[in-house]
Design a protein around this ligand. Structure first.
Ligand SMILES: [Mn+2]
Length: 272
């Protein structure tokens, strides 16, 4: 039995299945961890989501920004963007079943056996593990609660851009979501700059990649994340495991076996 963490799939169903064949994934014995953004950009969003849904007892999924955007569009509180490619899910007769399942998924997963923390974007520098776990749980409760459509409606926006424990209501929820699913660069005093998506060499002045700031976590704890395809890091880079290798952009999809840290990368297979 093995546990494989997989980077941003973004609707690249053929590539996902190809990678699972390469690693000899056995759903009877093995488990998958998914860093989120499982849909959108690629042309197989519905196939990915159905596959994961059918495999739900074997997977641990944390939600990414694209997954949340899909939930907002499906709930009719956000417009479909030109670049969105999840029409196939929106037209699927059993979409509600898939949405209900996605809404049950967390934004953070920590496993003490592996001493590994997985979120879509990373760990916000002003939060320790317990704080991040508790704040992720707040969002999970909002997504599962009666007012979840109202929450999805106000998810969009870059403010507030800095954590303050006195934040309340949807501002608090929006900040937690932004930090866990959209963060890339952060200022030394904890401000998020959410528009920057480029590489590590051109970070805006005064901002650093979040993982280069001092973090409130044990140095042994492994941080598994994706989201930043332009952030090209070796695996591992210290205790950081950046698994988004740009499959949605025609590059690669990555798997990391947690037991021995072996890494597999396969080329995008979508056009074959
Ligand atoms: Mn993302």
């Amino acid at each position: 039995m093995a546990t494989y963490a997989i980077g941003d799939i973004q609707g690249c169903y053929k590539t996902l299945r190809y990678l699972l064949t390469e690693i000899h994934f056995n759903p009877q014995h093995d488990r998958l961890w998914l860093v989120g953004d499982v849909i959108n950009r690629g042309m197989g969003s519905l196939a990915v989501l159905q596959y994961l849904y059918d495999l739900q007892d074997r997977i641990t999924l944390v939600l990414g920004n694209h997954d949340l955007h899909f939930l907002a569009v499906a709930a009719n509180v956000a417009p479909l963007k030109k670049t969105d490619t999840f029409h196939d899910i929106l037209e699927y007769s059993e979409m509600d079943r898939l949405c209900a399942w996605l809404r049950q998924q967390p934004l953070l997963h920590y496993d003490s056996h592996y001493d590994a923390l997985m979120t879509h974007a990373g760990l916000y520098p002003l939060w320790d593990l317990a704080t991040a776990q508790s704040l992720a749980q707040e969002v999970k409760s909002l997504l599962q609660g009666k007012e979840y459509v109202d929450f999805l409606k106000v998810l969009y926006g870059n403010q507030p851009d800095r954590w303050n424990e006195n934040l309340e209501g949807f501002d608090r929820g929006r900040f937690i979501v932004n930090a866990l699913t959209r963060m890339r660069v952060v200022s030394t005093d904890g401000r998020l700059e959410l528009d920057y998506k480029d590489d590590l060499e051109h970070c805006p002045s005064g901002y650093l990649p979040w993982f280069q700031l001092p973090l409130l976590i044990e140095p042994r704890t492994r941080l598994i994340f994706g989201h930043w395809a332009q952030c090209i890091l070796p695996i591992p880079y210290q205790n950081f495991y950046q698994l988004d290798t740009g499959c949605a952009w025609g590059r690669q999809l990555t798997a990391l076996r947690l037991e021995d840290e072996r890494v597999w990368r396969v080329e995008n297979q979508e056009s074959y």
